[in-house]
Design a binder for this molecule. Structure first.
Ligand SMILES: Nc1ncnc2c1ncn2[C@@H]1O[C@H](COP(=O)(O)OP(=O)(O)OP(=O)(O)O)[C@@H](O)[C@H]1O
Length: 292
């Protein structure tokens, strides 16, 4: 499989009142088409900065990002972003929020009826067909995130960027959303980069988990291949020793090598000690280049 997204030697310095602050240094990652990659690391290590650079919202101060052969210099519809807080326009219905994005991307190439069909199709994908005419103020947090995901999918992006998309949801809603995302992924095979603080979420959803070191000058510490077959079912995986080894590997990185603890408390359930017995495939940062 060929590389779709190439993050190469990315560094980021922010100007501050105390002089330049180096948030990222030498971030290298190649992502293949159809891959689902999670970024995990302690709060403030630079995950959102990486995502924002890929989105074109920030310009890296060194290195750069190539998407499908073109350098990323500014935001564009081929890189749709789903934020933690839905970012829907409150005065528009769910349908109209998706319509806005569809018009932006397909306004000139698809007729009105075709656009309507496409909007409805994407709202159906996220199980929101029953609430298409509701405004964000009239639906739950999980439903708002579903609309945000429908809006992003409807743009048919080359890469879908998700910044803690389920971080503000309760555990049960979050689990439903993860299952929905896996279903959608099975159907569409999108290329996804998702930031998460939840180790279970990372293992359940990802093909690879990219673990970032603490800042300043954060970089990629390790990359873990999640070679669990799909479809994945959370209940079956809970008793699967491979799942637990992968989970423990991420926890080990977060707790032992880099101190502190991730924000999401679902990470505190399993001890890290079993990871050593039969280590899953882990690449040190340098190995990322050759792995891709
Ligand atoms: N515009 C900015 N100016 C100065 N420093 C910044 C700016 N944006 C981010 N930073 C700093 O860069 C570092 C990385 O921030 P970033 O938001 O990318 O981390 P994160 O891993 O996404 O954090 P969290 O998990 O808490 O969302 C932090 O130390 C942050 O304070």
């Amino acid at each position: 499989m060929s590389v779709l997204l190439d993050i190469s030697q990315v560094g980021m310095e922010f100007p501050t009142n105390d002089g330049p602050f180096t948030a990222l240094r030498d971030v290298n990652l190649k992502i293949r088409k159809g891959e689902f990659v999670s970024l995990i690391g302690h709060s403030g290590c630079g995950k959102s900065t990486v995502l924002n650079i890929v989105a074109g919202l920030h310009r890296a101060t060194s290195g750069g990002v190539i998407l499908d052969g073109r350098e990323v210099t500014d935001p564009g519809p081929e890189r749709a972003v789903v934020f933690q807080n839905h970012s829907l326009l409150p005065w528009l219905t769910a349908y109209e929020n998706v319509e806005l994005a569809v018009r932006q991307v397909f306004g000139k190439t698809r007729g009105k009826a075709e656009q309507r069909e496409w909007i409805e199709h994407n709202l159906k994908l996220v199980h929101m067909e029953h609430a298409m005419q509701k405004r964000p103020g009239e639906i739950s947090g999980g439903m708002k995130q579903r609309v945000g995901i429908a809006r992003a999918l409807a743009m048919q992006p080359k890469v879908l960027l998700m910044d803690e998309p389920f971080g503000a949801l309760d555990a049960l809603t979050r689990a439903h959303m993860q299952d929905s995302l896996m279903e959608i992924q099975a159907e569409l095979n999108n290329t996804v980069i998702m930031i998460t603080h939840d180790v279970d979420e990372a293992v359940l959803l990802s093909d690879r988990i990219v673990m970032m070191t603490n800042g300043p000058a954060a970089t990629i510490g390790e990359v873990l291949e999640v070679d669990l077959e799909r479809p994945r079912h959370r209940l079956e995986l809970a008793g699967d020793p491979r799942y637990n080894r992968l989970r423990a590997r991420v926890l080990k990185f977060l707790h032992e090598r880099h101190g502190g603890s991730p924000r999401n408390d679902s990470t505190s359930k399993t001890s890290t000690t079993r990871a050593a017995a039969d280590e899953p495939a882990v690449h040190e940062a340098e190995g990322v280049e050759s792995a891709a």
